[in-house]
Ligand binder design. Structure first.
Ligand SMILES: [Zn+2]
Length: 428
């Protein structure tokens, strides 16, 4: 990814250069500048750049200072900052999920059989005898004529869904995108869609192959406190995962005739089916609120100055943690002092070049390591109109090994930027 970004970056510099003044060379991105800023940002003084810490605050102040020194304008009205309100939710789920119905009663064990979390900030959230309904892949995709939620009032119910999307291992490239996972296949989408449908809960059935990670990853990744954005978007009370064995047990205890749940939902004529079982589980929350900052600067363009190219990089890293060889500071020189330094070096190069037609925005976002929260906040509260934003070039862990001949595009087919990458690949 990082190589492409670098190539895209070079491409854009070349494109902008050509369209502006073909006889005036654009200034080079200075390696020295890159090195200088990486050294500062990754120094022990910055304490691993964790949001909500002194090191985090130091980082945003440093970026503001450097943008000012370069003579860039504040990117958010008269400020270089965009406040990002966040909330830390530390939820403790009950040790058991109680299942009843179809003349049966049994308990599922936390971590062993299920994990649950919540994005709600209430002191306590719960499912109380919530009807479990199998909702296939949990996908509503009109462009594929697909709706796993159709025909059911989801209020109070819990959707149980499969990971990935119907295209995976279908052998059919026209079914969604075949083996290439669409956004519909991601857990984030599944949680969001269940919430939009008004469901009380959502449980994803884990499966190692289509998920591409084991149950142990779910166990460790979905325990403990998590940071999220304060937002009004709909949320289910409870969201989580169940193991494949647990799903098998639910199907066996259910009134659903076809127990082969992996095959059940592969056609668009699939209709959601009730298990005839109800689930109860509770989460007690500890809530903490704070805000961090995105740092944003502007270099106005000339003839197309109301069109924007955003260069972005997350400034945060992991802070101070478990000590390794008596060193507890996670300096994050590569991830992502390098990308952040690149923002400053690119800004400097633009500053030393003929003024661009389009405006350049430098955006250093916060809390990427907590789930891309700074970027999510920016996209929900864009400072520059999305339809006027021509491109966003993000740099996460800038290419440290040096020039490359080969590259692969992660997420190929999801952006018009692929085309620019191609042009450059051929030209090199
Ligand atoms: Zn990163």
């Amino acid at each position: 990814m990082k190589n492409i970004l670098k190539i895209l970056l070079i491409t854009l510099l070349i494109i902008s250069c050509k369209t502006e003044k073909s006889n005036t060379a654009i200034a080079e991105v200075s390696q020295e500048t890159l090195g200088k800023h990486i050294e500062v940002l990754a120094s022990d003084d910055f304490q691993g750049r964790m949001p909500f810490t002194e090191g985090g605050a130091k980082t945003t102040i440093y970026l503001e200072q450097e943008f000012k020194k370069l003579g860039l304008q504040p990117g958010n009205g008269d400020s270089y900052f965009q406040d990002v309100p966040m909330v830390e939710i530390d939820g403790t789920p009950s040790k058991k999920m109680k299942i009843s119905g179809n003349n049966q009663k049994f308990d599922l064990d936390l971590l062993e059989d299920f994990v649950v979390t919540t994005s709600k900030t209430d002191a306590e959230v719960s499912l109380e005898n919530s009807e479990l309904v199998f909702a296939g892949f949990g996908i509503v995709a009109p462009e594929y004529n697909w709706d796993d939620y159709a025909g059911i009032d989801w209020k109070g119910k819990t959707a149980v869904v499969l990971v990935n999307d119907p295209g995976f291992q279908s052998g059919d490239k026209t079914l969604f995108k075949g083996d290439e996972m669409t956004y519909y296949g991601r857990w984030t989408y599944k949680f969001e869609e269940a919430a939009r449908q008004g469901a009380a809960g959502i449980l994803i059935i884990h499966d190692t192959k289509p998920a591409s990670y084991g149950w142990n990853v779910v166990q460790s990744g979905w325990s403990g406190a998590h940071l999220t954005l304060e937002s009004d978007t709909p949320k289910t009370d409870v969201a989580g995962w169940i193991s494949n064995e647990t799903a098998t047990k639910l199907f066996e205890s259910s009134g659903i005739k076809n127990k082969n749940f992996n095959e059940l939902a592969k056609n668009n004529d699939f209709k959601a089916i009730s298990f005839g079982l109800n689930a109860s589980v509770k989460i007690i929350n500890k809530i903490k609120r704070d805000q961090s900052k995105n740092v944003v600067a502007l270099l106005p363009g000339t003839t197309q100055k109301d069109e924007y190219i955003i260069y972005s990089a997350h400034w945060d890293h992991l802070g101070v943690g478990r000590s390794i060889n008596n060193d507890s500071i996670y300096n994050g020189a590569v991830d992502n002092a390098s990308g952040t330094a690149a923002l400053l070096a690119i800004a400097e190069a633009f500053k030393n070049s003929p003024q661009q037609k389009r405006s350049i925005v430098l955006l250093a976002v916060t809390a990427e390591e907590q789930g891309l929260l700074g970027s999510a906040y920016y996209s929900e509260h864009p400072i520059y109109e999305p339809k006027k934003t021509v491109a966003n070039i993000n740099m996460d862990a800038f290419n440290s090994p040096g020039p490359m001949k080969d590259l692969t595009i992660t997420g190929f087919g999801h952006s018009e930027m692929d085309e620019y990458g191609k042009v450059k690949t051929v030209a090199r």
